[in-house]
Design a protein around this ligand. Structure first.
Ligand code: TYD
Length: 207
């Protein structure tokens, strides 16, 4: 879908920070870009987000979680994305279907095919024009965080999951290279921001 851009990346890549800088840049330039995020992004979708991310719901079934992400997505599309696109605005969304593909499909092991099918029902033709992937391996992200203790059992589980998620993104990029803008996020915050803006200018989203 033209003018619909998504941003993806693993935990610890600095996605939130980079998106905030980008939003400020657009404000300063007077560009009419709608910034939003998933899960959540609108009233009902935020209510679904709270259920998904509530630590008390650790017993949630993986497939139930996948459906809730898809449900939140449907509502967010209706409330935010579709109205903005139909008014000719550009929408930049922090996480979208690719997060479900890799976190639920690959990380949780539900299977990529199943999660792709589920999301086809949820989003229909509303696939992003292109997707920015902020590329930082979990090894680098953990190191940047100040060095997680690899011997800690919980950190080790976390690490294995994030490794799968990262490999999942790499697989998607391999399958659909033209949809992805891969941005090396291993440098300084300023370097990453510069690369991000350059990619968006080259794609005609920013001036
Ligand atoms: P959030 O606090 O927004 O984290 P981040 O800054 O990393 O985006 O939490 C979102 C979490 O939800 C994040 O761990 C990724 C996960 N997620 C999925 O597992 N599937 C999805 O479809 C989406 C949109 C997010």
């Amino acid at each position: 879908m033209r003018n619909f851009i998504t941003i993806e990346g693993c935990e610890g890549v600095g996605k939130t920070y980079q998106t905030r800088l980008l939003k400020q840049y657009c404000l300063d330039k007077g560009l009419d870009v709608v910034f939003t995020r998933e899960p959540g992004g609108s009233d009902i979708a935020e209510q679904i987000r709270r259920i998904i991310l509530d630590a008390d719901n650790s017993d949630m079934d993986d497939l139930c979680e996948a459906f809730l992400y898809a449900a939140s997505r449907i509502q967010h599309l209706k409330d935010i994305v579709k109205p903005a696109l139909s008014q000719g605005k550009t929408v930049i969304c922090d996480r979208y279907v690719d997060s479900s593909y890799v976190y639920q499909g690959i990380g949780r092991g539900l299977g990529l095919d199943k999660i792709v099918r589920l999301n086809e029902i949820a989003v229909g033709e509303y696939m992003p024009e292109f997707t920015v992937f902020l590329d930082l391996s979990p090894d680098n992200a953990f190191r940047r965080k100040g060095g997680a203790d690899q011997n800690d059992r919980m950190e080790a589980v976390g690490y294995a999951f994030h490794r799968k998620v990262y490999e999942g993104y790499k697989l998607l990029i391999q399958q659909e290279p033209s949809r992805f803008e891969v941005i090396d996020a291993s440098g300084t915050k300023e370097q990453t921001q510069a690369k991000l803006r350059e990619a968006l200018i080259r794609r005609g989203v920013l001036k």
